[in-house]
Design a protein around this ligand. Structure first.
Ligand SMILES: [Zn+2]
Length: 386
Protein backbone atom coordinates (compact mmCIF):
# COMPACT_ATOMS: atom_id res chain seq x y z
CA UNK A 1 0.00 0.00 0.00
CA UNK A 2 1.15 3.56 -0.71
CA UNK A 3 2.52 4.78 2.67
CA UNK A 4 1.50 8.38 1.89
CA UNK A 5 -2.12 7.32 1.50
CA UNK A 6 -2.07 4.56 4.12
CA UNK A 7 0.52 5.40 6.83
CA UNK A 8 1.38 2.67 9.37
CA UNK A 9 -0.50 3.50 12.59
CA UNK A 10 1.42 5.17 15.44
CA UNK A 11 3.07 2.72 17.80
CA UNK A 12 2.59 -0.25 15.47
CA UNK A 13 5.39 -2.37 13.98
CA UNK A 14 4.83 -2.54 10.21
CA UNK A 15 5.59 -6.29 10.40
CA UNK A 16 3.11 -6.99 13.20
CA UNK A 17 0.84 -9.82 11.94
CA UNK A 18 -2.09 -8.23 13.82
CA UNK A 19 -1.93 -5.37 11.31
CA UNK A 20 -3.09 -7.71 8.53
CA UNK A 21 -5.96 -9.25 10.49
CA UNK A 22 -9.40 -8.02 9.36
CA UNK A 23 -10.63 -5.83 12.21
CA UNK A 24 -13.67 -3.82 13.29
CA UNK A 25 -13.60 -0.41 15.00
CA UNK A 26 -16.85 0.63 16.65
CA UNK A 27 -15.63 3.45 18.91
CA UNK A 28 -13.32 5.92 17.19
CA UNK A 29 -13.91 9.69 17.43
CA UNK A 30 -13.43 11.66 14.21
CA UNK A 31 -12.01 14.64 16.15
CA UNK A 32 -9.71 12.31 18.08
CA UNK A 33 -7.94 10.77 15.11
CA UNK A 34 -6.50 13.52 12.91
CA UNK A 35 -3.07 13.22 11.33
CA UNK A 36 -0.67 15.75 12.90
CA UNK A 37 0.49 17.01 9.50
CA UNK A 38 -3.13 17.63 8.53
CA UNK A 39 -3.70 19.69 11.68
CA UNK A 40 -0.68 21.84 10.80
CA UNK A 41 -1.93 22.42 7.24
CA UNK A 42 -5.56 23.04 8.17
CA UNK A 43 -4.48 25.37 11.00
CA UNK A 44 -2.55 27.50 8.51
CA UNK A 45 -5.66 27.72 6.30
CA UNK A 46 -7.89 28.54 9.27
CA UNK A 47 -5.55 31.13 10.76
CA UNK A 48 -5.30 29.02 13.89
CA UNK A 49 -2.06 28.67 15.84
CA UNK A 50 -1.34 25.08 16.93
CA UNK A 51 1.01 24.35 19.88
CA UNK A 52 3.77 23.55 17.34
CA UNK A 53 3.95 23.35 13.56
CA UNK A 54 6.31 20.37 13.53
CA UNK A 55 4.06 17.33 12.91
CA UNK A 56 6.08 14.88 14.99
CA UNK A 57 6.40 17.34 17.88
CA UNK A 58 2.66 17.95 17.58
CA UNK A 59 1.98 14.20 17.73
CA UNK A 60 4.02 14.07 20.97
CA UNK A 61 2.19 17.13 22.35
CA UNK A 62 -1.15 15.35 21.90
CA UNK A 63 -0.15 12.13 23.61
CA UNK A 64 1.73 13.89 26.41
CA UNK A 65 -1.24 16.18 27.10
CA UNK A 66 -3.59 13.20 27.13
CA UNK A 67 -1.20 11.26 29.40
CA UNK A 68 -0.75 14.16 31.83
CA UNK A 69 -3.60 13.20 34.14
CA UNK A 70 -4.65 16.84 33.97
CA UNK A 71 -8.23 17.17 32.67
CA UNK A 72 -7.95 20.76 31.34
CA UNK A 73 -4.81 19.74 29.42
CA UNK A 74 -6.58 16.68 28.06
CA UNK A 75 -9.58 18.70 26.96
CA UNK A 76 -7.34 21.26 25.27
CA UNK A 77 -6.31 18.58 22.78
CA UNK A 78 -9.88 18.57 21.45
CA UNK A 79 -9.90 22.39 21.27
CA UNK A 80 -6.97 22.02 18.89
CA UNK A 81 -8.59 19.45 16.61
CA UNK A 82 -12.01 21.12 16.62
CA UNK A 83 -10.41 24.46 15.72
CA UNK A 84 -9.35 23.09 12.32
CA UNK A 85 -12.60 21.20 11.57
CA UNK A 86 -14.96 24.11 10.94
CA UNK A 87 -15.35 24.15 7.14
CA UNK A 88 -16.75 21.64 4.67
CA UNK A 89 -13.40 21.04 2.90
CA UNK A 90 -11.65 20.52 6.25
CA UNK A 91 -14.30 18.05 7.46
CA UNK A 92 -14.16 16.21 4.14
CA UNK A 93 -10.37 15.89 4.30
CA UNK A 94 -10.38 14.73 7.92
CA UNK A 95 -13.08 12.14 7.19
CA UNK A 96 -11.27 10.92 4.06
CA UNK A 97 -8.03 10.46 5.98
CA UNK A 98 -9.95 8.87 8.86
CA UNK A 99 -11.10 6.14 6.45
CA UNK A 100 -7.62 5.71 4.92
CA UNK A 101 -6.13 5.38 8.42
CA UNK A 102 -8.65 2.64 9.22
CA UNK A 103 -7.60 0.78 6.09
CA UNK A 104 -3.93 1.21 7.06
CA UNK A 105 -4.84 -0.37 10.42
CA UNK A 106 -6.44 -3.37 8.72
CA UNK A 107 -9.95 -2.29 9.73
CA UNK A 108 -12.73 -3.50 7.40
CA UNK A 109 -15.74 -2.06 9.28
CA UNK A 110 -15.50 1.31 11.03
CA UNK A 111 -17.89 3.76 12.62
CA UNK A 112 -16.80 7.41 12.93
CA UNK A 113 -18.47 9.26 15.77
CA UNK A 114 -18.50 13.01 16.04
CA UNK A 115 -20.70 15.88 17.22
CA UNK A 116 -21.93 18.10 14.36
CA UNK A 117 -22.93 20.83 16.83
CA UNK A 118 -19.21 21.40 17.53
CA UNK A 119 -18.46 22.21 13.88
CA UNK A 120 -20.67 25.21 13.16
CA UNK A 121 -18.29 28.08 14.01
CA UNK A 122 -17.35 28.60 10.36
CA UNK A 123 -20.97 28.99 9.30
CA UNK A 124 -21.77 25.35 8.39
CA UNK A 125 -25.26 24.04 9.01
CA UNK A 126 -25.76 20.74 10.82
CA UNK A 127 -26.81 19.09 7.57
CA UNK A 128 -23.92 20.66 5.68
CA UNK A 129 -21.48 19.30 8.25
CA UNK A 130 -22.90 15.77 7.99
CA UNK A 131 -22.76 15.94 4.20
CA UNK A 132 -19.14 17.16 4.28
CA UNK A 133 -18.11 14.25 6.49
CA UNK A 134 -20.00 11.81 4.29
CA UNK A 135 -18.23 13.18 1.20
CA UNK A 136 -14.90 12.42 2.91
CA UNK A 137 -16.01 8.92 3.90
CA UNK A 138 -17.08 8.26 0.31
CA UNK A 139 -13.78 9.58 -1.07
CA UNK A 140 -11.74 7.52 1.38
CA UNK A 141 -13.75 4.39 0.60
CA UNK A 142 -13.24 4.94 -3.14
CA UNK A 143 -9.47 5.47 -2.72
CA UNK A 144 -9.29 2.29 -0.66
CA UNK A 145 -11.16 0.38 -3.38
CA UNK A 146 -8.68 1.67 -5.99
CA UNK A 147 -5.92 0.19 -3.80
CA UNK A 148 -7.78 -3.13 -3.66
CA UNK A 149 -9.00 -2.63 -0.08
CA UNK A 150 -12.60 -3.01 1.02
CA UNK A 151 -13.99 -1.01 3.95
CA UNK A 152 -17.49 -0.20 5.22
CA UNK A 153 -17.54 3.08 7.15
CA UNK A 154 -20.53 4.83 8.70
CA UNK A 155 -21.18 7.92 10.79
CA UNK A 156 -22.40 7.88 14.38
CA UNK A 157 -23.83 11.33 14.98
CA UNK A 158 -23.28 12.47 18.55
CA UNK A 159 -25.00 15.06 20.73
CA UNK A 160 -23.06 16.72 23.57
CA UNK A 161 -24.61 15.67 26.87
CA UNK A 162 -23.90 19.02 28.59
CA UNK A 163 -25.79 20.88 25.83
CA UNK A 164 -29.49 20.86 25.01
CA UNK A 165 -29.50 20.02 21.30
CA UNK A 166 -30.00 16.26 21.51
CA UNK A 167 -33.49 16.29 19.94
CA UNK A 168 -32.23 18.40 17.06
CA UNK A 169 -29.24 16.07 16.59
CA UNK A 170 -31.47 12.99 16.77
CA UNK A 171 -33.63 14.48 14.01
CA UNK A 172 -30.46 15.22 12.04
CA UNK A 173 -29.42 11.57 12.35
CA UNK A 174 -32.82 10.41 11.11
CA UNK A 175 -32.68 12.78 8.13
CA UNK A 176 -29.40 11.18 7.06
CA UNK A 177 -30.15 7.58 8.04
CA UNK A 178 -30.13 6.38 4.44
CA UNK A 179 -27.19 8.58 3.53
CA UNK A 180 -24.36 7.35 5.73
CA UNK A 181 -25.48 8.00 9.30
CA UNK A 182 -25.80 4.60 11.01
CA UNK A 183 -26.19 5.49 14.68
CA UNK A 184 -26.62 8.07 17.44
CA UNK A 185 -24.60 8.66 20.63
CA UNK A 186 -24.16 11.19 23.40
CA UNK A 187 -20.67 12.22 24.53
CA UNK A 188 -19.03 14.76 26.82
CA UNK A 189 -18.97 14.88 30.63
CA UNK A 190 -20.79 11.82 31.96
CA UNK A 191 -21.08 12.53 35.69
CA UNK A 192 -23.92 14.97 36.31
CA UNK A 193 -25.29 14.56 32.77
CA UNK A 194 -27.19 11.23 32.81
CA UNK A 195 -28.56 9.73 29.60
CA UNK A 196 -32.14 10.24 30.83
CA UNK A 197 -31.64 14.01 30.57
CA UNK A 198 -31.95 13.42 26.81
CA UNK A 199 -34.92 11.09 27.02
CA UNK A 200 -37.01 12.88 24.37
CA UNK A 201 -34.26 12.31 21.81
CA UNK A 202 -33.82 8.66 22.77
CA UNK A 203 -37.57 8.01 22.77
CA UNK A 204 -37.86 9.50 19.29
CA UNK A 205 -35.02 7.30 18.01
CA UNK A 206 -36.47 4.25 19.72
CA UNK A 207 -39.81 4.80 18.00
CA UNK A 208 -38.03 5.33 14.69
CA UNK A 209 -36.11 2.07 15.10
CA UNK A 210 -32.74 3.80 14.86
CA UNK A 211 -29.54 2.34 16.37
CA UNK A 212 -28.17 3.97 19.52
CA UNK A 213 -24.96 3.61 21.49
CA UNK A 214 -24.35 5.68 24.62
CA UNK A 215 -21.12 6.62 26.39
CA UNK A 216 -21.72 5.19 29.87
CA UNK A 217 -19.74 3.59 32.65
CA UNK A 218 -16.55 5.48 31.84
CA UNK A 219 -16.48 8.51 34.14
CA UNK A 220 -19.65 7.47 35.97
CA UNK A 221 -20.84 4.16 37.40
CA UNK A 222 -23.49 1.49 37.14
CA UNK A 223 -26.41 3.93 37.35
CA UNK A 224 -25.26 5.57 34.13
CA UNK A 225 -25.15 2.19 32.36
CA UNK A 226 -28.59 1.35 33.77
CA UNK A 227 -29.99 4.60 32.37
CA UNK A 228 -28.41 4.02 28.97
CA UNK A 229 -29.83 0.50 28.62
CA UNK A 230 -33.10 0.50 30.51
CA UNK A 231 -34.26 4.10 30.17
CA UNK A 232 -32.74 5.20 26.86
CA UNK A 233 -32.79 1.89 24.94
CA UNK A 234 -29.13 1.84 23.87
CA UNK A 235 -28.16 -1.20 21.79
CA UNK A 236 -24.48 -0.82 22.77
CA UNK A 237 -22.52 0.83 25.57
CA UNK A 238 -19.59 3.15 24.88
CA UNK A 239 -16.93 1.95 27.34
CA UNK A 240 -18.99 0.35 30.13
CA UNK A 241 -15.75 -0.44 31.93
CA UNK A 242 -17.22 0.54 35.29
CA UNK A 243 -19.71 -2.32 35.15
CA UNK A 244 -17.09 -3.81 37.49
CA UNK A 245 -18.74 -1.67 40.22
CA UNK A 246 -21.72 -4.04 39.93
CA UNK A 247 -19.62 -7.01 41.05
CA UNK A 248 -19.50 -7.54 44.81
CA UNK A 249 -16.03 -9.02 44.72
CA UNK A 250 -14.32 -7.48 41.69
CA UNK A 251 -11.77 -5.38 43.55
CA UNK A 252 -11.51 -7.73 46.55
CA UNK A 253 -10.87 -10.81 44.43
CA UNK A 254 -8.27 -9.02 42.36
CA UNK A 255 -6.54 -7.93 45.53
CA UNK A 256 -6.39 -11.45 47.03
CA UNK A 257 -4.18 -13.20 44.52
CA UNK A 258 -4.77 -11.61 41.17
CA UNK A 259 -7.19 -14.33 40.09
CA UNK A 260 -10.56 -12.77 39.46
CA UNK A 261 -13.34 -15.03 40.60
CA UNK A 262 -11.20 -16.88 43.14
CA UNK A 263 -12.96 -15.03 45.90
CA UNK A 264 -11.86 -17.24 48.80
CA UNK A 265 -8.31 -17.65 47.57
CA UNK A 266 -8.42 -21.46 47.30
CA UNK A 267 -7.28 -21.46 43.69
CA UNK A 268 -10.74 -22.42 42.41
CA UNK A 269 -12.63 -19.86 40.35
CA UNK A 270 -16.30 -19.52 41.12
CA UNK A 271 -18.73 -17.38 39.17
CA UNK A 272 -18.57 -13.91 40.69
CA UNK A 273 -21.63 -12.40 42.25
CA UNK A 274 -23.02 -9.65 40.05
CA UNK A 275 -25.84 -7.16 40.22
CA UNK A 276 -28.81 -6.87 37.91
CA UNK A 277 -27.21 -4.44 35.48
CA UNK A 278 -24.13 -6.62 34.95
CA UNK A 279 -26.32 -9.71 34.67
CA UNK A 280 -28.44 -7.99 32.04
CA UNK A 281 -25.39 -6.99 29.99
CA UNK A 282 -24.16 -10.57 30.14
CA UNK A 283 -27.48 -12.34 29.59
CA UNK A 284 -28.56 -10.05 26.75
CA UNK A 285 -25.04 -9.90 25.31
CA UNK A 286 -25.09 -6.10 25.18
CA UNK A 287 -21.95 -5.08 23.28
CA UNK A 288 -19.40 -3.10 25.29
CA UNK A 289 -17.12 -0.77 23.31
CA UNK A 290 -14.05 -1.03 25.51
CA UNK A 291 -11.07 1.25 24.93
CA UNK A 292 -8.19 0.08 27.17
CA UNK A 293 -5.48 2.71 26.50
CA UNK A 294 -7.97 5.57 26.69
CA UNK A 295 -9.13 4.29 30.08
CA UNK A 296 -5.58 4.49 31.41
CA UNK A 297 -5.40 8.16 30.43
CA UNK A 298 -8.70 9.02 32.09
CA UNK A 299 -7.89 6.82 35.13
CA UNK A 300 -10.88 4.53 34.49
CA UNK A 301 -8.35 1.64 34.62
CA UNK A 302 -4.87 1.22 36.05
CA UNK A 303 -3.00 -0.99 33.56
CA UNK A 304 -3.50 -3.02 30.40
CA UNK A 305 -2.67 -6.20 32.34
CA UNK A 306 -5.41 -5.48 34.90
CA UNK A 307 -7.90 -3.87 32.52
CA UNK A 308 -11.37 -5.39 33.09
CA UNK A 309 -11.75 -6.18 29.36
CA UNK A 310 -9.85 -9.45 29.85
CA UNK A 311 -11.91 -10.73 32.76
CA UNK A 312 -15.17 -9.52 31.21
CA UNK A 313 -14.26 -11.47 28.07
CA UNK A 314 -13.57 -14.60 30.13
CA UNK A 315 -16.93 -14.22 31.86
CA UNK A 316 -18.66 -14.13 28.46
CA UNK A 317 -19.55 -10.44 28.15
CA UNK A 318 -19.85 -9.14 24.58
CA UNK A 319 -16.62 -7.15 24.69
CA UNK A 320 -15.10 -5.32 21.73
CA UNK A 321 -11.70 -3.59 21.51
CA UNK A 322 -11.52 0.00 20.29
CA UNK A 323 -9.11 2.95 20.12
CA UNK A 324 -11.45 5.83 21.23
CA UNK A 325 -9.07 8.66 20.21
CA UNK A 326 -6.23 7.42 18.03
CA UNK A 327 -4.29 10.69 18.11
CA UNK A 328 -4.56 11.43 21.84
CA UNK A 329 -3.84 7.84 22.85
CA UNK A 330 -1.28 7.25 20.04
CA UNK A 331 -3.12 4.03 19.29
CA UNK A 332 -5.22 2.02 16.85
CA UNK A 333 -7.13 -1.25 16.95
CA UNK A 334 -3.92 -3.09 16.03
CA UNK A 335 -1.99 -1.47 18.88
CA UNK A 336 -4.77 -2.12 21.42
CA UNK A 337 -4.79 -5.78 20.39
CA UNK A 338 -0.98 -5.99 20.51
CA UNK A 339 -0.99 -4.58 24.06
CA UNK A 340 -3.63 -7.11 25.15
CA UNK A 341 -1.60 -9.98 23.62
CA UNK A 342 1.68 -8.85 25.19
CA UNK A 343 0.44 -7.63 28.56
CA UNK A 344 -2.80 -9.52 29.26
CA UNK A 345 -2.13 -12.88 27.62
CA UNK A 346 -4.64 -12.65 24.77
CA UNK A 347 -4.45 -15.29 22.01
CA UNK A 348 -5.36 -15.20 18.34
CA UNK A 349 -8.64 -16.89 19.28
CA UNK A 350 -9.41 -14.03 21.67
CA UNK A 351 -8.74 -11.50 18.91
CA UNK A 352 -11.02 -13.39 16.54
CA UNK A 353 -13.74 -13.65 19.19
CA UNK A 354 -13.84 -9.90 19.88
CA UNK A 355 -13.70 -9.15 16.17
CA UNK A 356 -16.66 -11.40 15.40
CA UNK A 357 -18.51 -9.83 18.35
CA UNK A 358 -17.74 -6.32 17.06
CA UNK A 359 -18.88 -7.17 13.55
CA UNK A 360 -22.07 -8.72 14.90
CA UNK A 361 -22.66 -5.51 16.87
CA UNK A 362 -21.90 -3.10 14.02
CA UNK A 363 -24.73 -0.86 12.84
CA UNK A 364 -24.87 -2.62 9.46
CA UNK A 365 -27.54 -4.75 7.79
CA UNK A 366 -27.41 -8.44 8.74
CA UNK A 367 -26.66 -9.57 5.20
CA UNK A 368 -23.69 -7.22 4.93
CA UNK A 369 -22.26 -8.48 8.22
CA UNK A 370 -22.70 -12.10 7.11
CA UNK A 371 -20.89 -11.41 3.84
CA UNK A 372 -18.00 -9.71 5.66
CA UNK A 373 -17.67 -12.68 8.02
CA UNK A 374 -17.53 -15.15 5.12
CA UNK A 375 -15.41 -13.10 2.74
CA UNK A 376 -13.02 -11.27 5.10
CA UNK A 377 -13.02 -12.41 8.73
CA UNK A 378 -12.97 -16.18 8.34
CA UNK A 379 -10.28 -16.24 5.62
CA UNK A 380 -8.27 -13.50 7.36
CA UNK A 381 -8.10 -15.30 10.69
CA UNK A 382 -7.73 -18.82 9.27
CA UNK A 383 -4.20 -18.11 8.06
CA UNK A 384 -3.29 -15.90 11.01
CA UNK A 385 -0.58 -16.30 13.60
CA UNK A 386 0.79 -13.94 16.24
ZN1 LIG B 1 -15.51 7.88 23.33
Amino acid sequence: MDPELFPTPAGVDADDPILNLPKVSLHDHLDGGLRPATIVELAAEAGHEPPTTDPEALRAWFSESADSGDLPRYLETFDQTLAVMQTAPALTRVAREWVLDQVADGVVVAEARWAPEQHLRGGLTLDGAVEAVQAGIDEGTALAAQAGKSIRAGQIVTAMRQADRSQEIAQLALRHRDAGVVGFDIAGPEAGFPPAAHLEAFDMLHRAGFPVTIHAGEADGVESIHGAIHVCHAQRIGHGVRITDDFAQWAAAAAVDGVMGDVDGDGVETAPEMGRVAAWLLDQQVPLELCPSSNLQTAAATSIADHPVTRLKELGFAVTVNPDNRLMSATSVTREMRLLVDEAGWTIDDLEWVTVTALGSAFLPYGVREAIIDEQLVPGFSRAHL
